[in-house]
Ligand binder design. Structure first.
Ligand SMILES: [Fe+2]
Length: 371
């Protein structure tokens, strides 16, 4: 079989009281060198478990990370998920540094790195929730407490379709510290997490938690995303639990955006079907959403109502027991099904804590499929 020594096991529960039903660790694989059979094992684990963790991949090259990520969607054009150039006005502009030899691979992290992957004198910034949230954690508590930055699907949500898979590789991880995520949404919810965790939640669980009545209408409804969403939202502020924006009328009007081409506006079903398991996931990226179009033809385009409706559907699934906060170790390679889970950056590093990661994904060759 060629798979001797390869094991796929569900990830251990990350904390007492965790109720996650996704995530797997695969051992016995060297991602630098993959044959077709081994790739098939990873692929099938990813579609079944949504998030797969390959430990001990230290030294993994950018080229091998790219090749593995690309294998999930060989028909993809190879464009990075946010395209060739990220507009300076976009909220993403400061977060991403492209590996010069591989446009689909971004260096992300925090702190000063003299040299990495052909880049020199890098000063990386881990996105801090204070730059995006309306009610950030007070500065004096910032070392111990934090927020989920933004629950999202990796995607430009304009002109390009969301990547099927994203890979994240941890080259350097600062050690030891933990922080407490405060939801600050009136529930009192909190979650103890490793410093700089990446937090995942399942779109399948999000769908399963809906009432039968909500399942019925979301199953044949669509959402439309704003044109140039990351510029459109650049003045907006997010809720403290990272799940969408406040509606304070700060979205940029069309005359302040680059020209809008209607065929580039993204419209997707609210529910996406897993191509292998056929399970249904509620997959809506709340921040850039503009409209809901219901199966009966009703259009909800009042932004506040759109956001309140989504919040009601999505908030149950980000409760602490449903969150997987990955505890990064150097050499971890994490692949996730970007059409089945949402994720959030978390935490704030202190002076001198250096984190160095590589992220890779590609705009998909086809839009996600509805039920
Ligand atoms: Fe992301």
């Amino acid at each position: 079989m060629g798979s001797v020594g390869i094991e796929v096991n569900p990830i251990p529960k990350p904390f007492d009281g965790s109720d996650i039903d996704f995530g797997a660790e695969i051992s016995g694989i060297n991602a630098e060198n993959l044959d077709d059979h081994t790739f098939e094992i990873i692929r099938s684990a990813l579609y079944e478990h949504s998030v797969v963790v390959l430990k001990n991949q230290a030294g993994l090259s950018s080229a091998a990370q790219f090749e593995l990520t690309r294998r999930f969607d060989p028909a993809a054009s190879g464009l990075y998920s946010h395209g060739k150039n990220i507009d300076k006005r976009s909220v993403l502009h400061k977060d991403l540094t492209t590996v010069p030899s591989l446009r689909q691979v971004q260096v992300i992290g925090h702190g000063h790195v003299p040299e990495y992957e052909g880049l020199t004198n890098l000063n990386l910034t881990h996105p801090h929730h204070r730059t995006f949230h309306k009610h950030p954690i007070p500065v004096e508590e910032d070392r111990d407490f934090t927020h989920f930055y933004r629950w999202h699907i990796d995607s430009a949500m304009y002109a390009l379709d969301p990547p099927k898979v994203t890979s994240l590789f941890a080259a350097r991880v600062p050690k030891g510290r933990r922080q407490t995520v405060r939801y600050d949404d009136g529930t009192g919810d909190e979650l103890d997490v490793p410093l700089g965790t990446t937090a995942f939640i399942s779109g399948y669980r999000m769908y399963d938690l809906l009432s039968d009545e909500d399942k019925a209408w979301v199953r044949d409804s669509w959402v439309e995303y704003a044109a140039h969403p990351y510029i459109w939202m650049s003045q907006c502020k997010a809720r403290s639990n990272g799940l969408g924006l406040f509606s304070d009328g700060l979205e940029l009007s069309e005359d302040k955006l680059p020209p809008v081409e209607d065929d580039k506006v993204r419209r997707y079903p609210m529910v996406w079907k897993n191509p292998e398991t056929e399970k249904l996931a509620l997959m809506v990226y709340p921040t850039p959403v503009r409209k809901i179009v219901k199966g009966d033809g009703t259009v909800v385009d009042d932004l506040k109502e759109v956001r309140e409706t989504l919040y009601h559907l999505q908030r149950p699934a980000i409760s602490p027991q449903f969150v997987y906060p990955h505890d990064w170790a150097e050499g971890d390679l994490v692949l996730f099904h970007n059409h089945g889970v949402m994720h959030s950056i978390v935490g704030a590093f202190a002076e001198g804590e250096v984190r160095l990661f590589r992220q890779c994904n590609m705009a998909a060759s086809e839009p996600p499929k509805g039920p």
